[in-house]
Design a protein around this ligand. Sequence first.
Ligand code: SF4
Length: 549
Amino acid sequence: MERDTMPADVLFVGAGPANLAAAWRLGQVLKEKGKLDEHVIMIVEKGREVGDHILSGAIMDPKAMVELVGDDWQAKGCPVDADVGDETVYTLTESKARKMAFIPPPLKNHGSVIVSLSHVVRWMREQVEAELGDSVMIAEEQPASDVLLDGDTVTGARLVDRGREKDGSEGGGFEPGADIEARITVFGEGSRGSLTKVLVDKLNLGGVNPQVYGTGVKEIWDVPPGRVKAGQVWHTAGWPLENSTYGGSWMYAMSDTRVSIGFVTALDGGDAACDPYEIMQKWKTHDLLRTLLEGGTLVKSGAKTVPEGGWWSRPRSHGNGFLIVGDSGSLLNIARLKGIHTAIKSGMIAGQVIAEALLEDDATDQVLKRYEERLSASFIKEELWRVRNWRQIFSRNGFSKGRFVAGLAWALGGKILKDPVPIHTDAAAMQKGDAQANRGVRVEEGLTVDKVTGVYHAGSVHDENQPSHLLIADPNLCATKCREEYGNPCERFCPAAVYEMVDAAGDGKKMQINFSNCVHCKTCDIADPYGVITWTVPQDNGGPKYLGM
Ligand code: SF4
């Protein structure tokens, strides 16, 4: 098949905070050296617009933004909803909310700000374009579908083929995706990046531990005046999670009448019936939330996975012709529930190292390994090292005991018993059982929201006339082995009702994939116990519209 090729010096896959920071810093350095005009920098983004696929809580620790932009980062226009004000941590039982007497140190957010990350990246995009001018091309609606490799050297990425029919055949308007051939490719695709996954597998870049994830479900609500104060922050632990499952929730007051609420459920709790979306809805029926939300209006909703493994789950993030940044590189600090500042900082380090590689005319690992050296000398390592065994401790001890052991480990600088503490993959943790078991969620008009309505509020759409971007390697397994052993957990763990067992001929069932609902959270790619589901990029740039989330 004949493909167009496009040359670039640097290709960034994904327009999230890490890659935008990397491009920004790269431009700053090249400009200082008078070399910016000599280089072609390209950013490809699968969303229709930069920010559309970005979802985070979010409280941002501004330290990396200050380093990147300067002390006047807010005056320069970075959008902030509120400074963090009053903070409370609650332990929930079904009927009570007990305020903790103190805020655990990792959860202290004084000095941080409440933001919509999608708005922040939209602003970063404008700054990158202003700083880099014609030297940068930000290509929206350009999903990258494969990594280009020459031996162990990354030589760029391939854009998705367009115009395939539903059955995968080439339609009349078929266009093969172009190959972008780049000297350096930076993977900043966020959690469970589809190209990063391929790269890590092909070059055997896996970390000391496998990655483990949580699935976060977020909603934005407008609430009546007097319920919250802008900047108010709650975190909750406990109900409705079982002790075996790590997770928790947040409420961030973006203004006096608008709140971001969300719940993250770890995917290694072992319950085949685990349904992060349903857990979020159940949590909303607690009096603490009902009192906040009653009479309010749901504005937006969405879901996304969170890479929770931390330091020991980091893939090798540098090599000939490539770097891996941000969430794709497992740089989120799960104890602090924060990854924006580490993503931005990793991008800044990457940008500096890439500039050096271009100036020294050497894109091999000999130069790019400086990324790892500098990351290890930065606050990223300092933060992540202290909590390097955090998730493993909870996975082994359950939530109640885990809190104390993790707190002790934190006080001791992160070391507890042996180091590193191992962990299994989320899929391996799932116990055989009945995924259809009822977990008792009450439906409450005006408060709980079903999955399909959630998809509507995520703004997610895909063209129906294309191949499913969700691939099941062995669909027979769904109706046979998986049905018997697990009861089709994909029907539960997918927050967008994509997977549905429907009646087939005779008494049987078959899998129907409602791929147009997909909100690109990647839970299925992670939690499927047989490893037969693969998330790939859709050919139509479909997906959620998270601007404002
Ligand atoms: Fe998430 Fe997979 Fe469902 Fe899409 S199909 S919403 S990626 S779990």
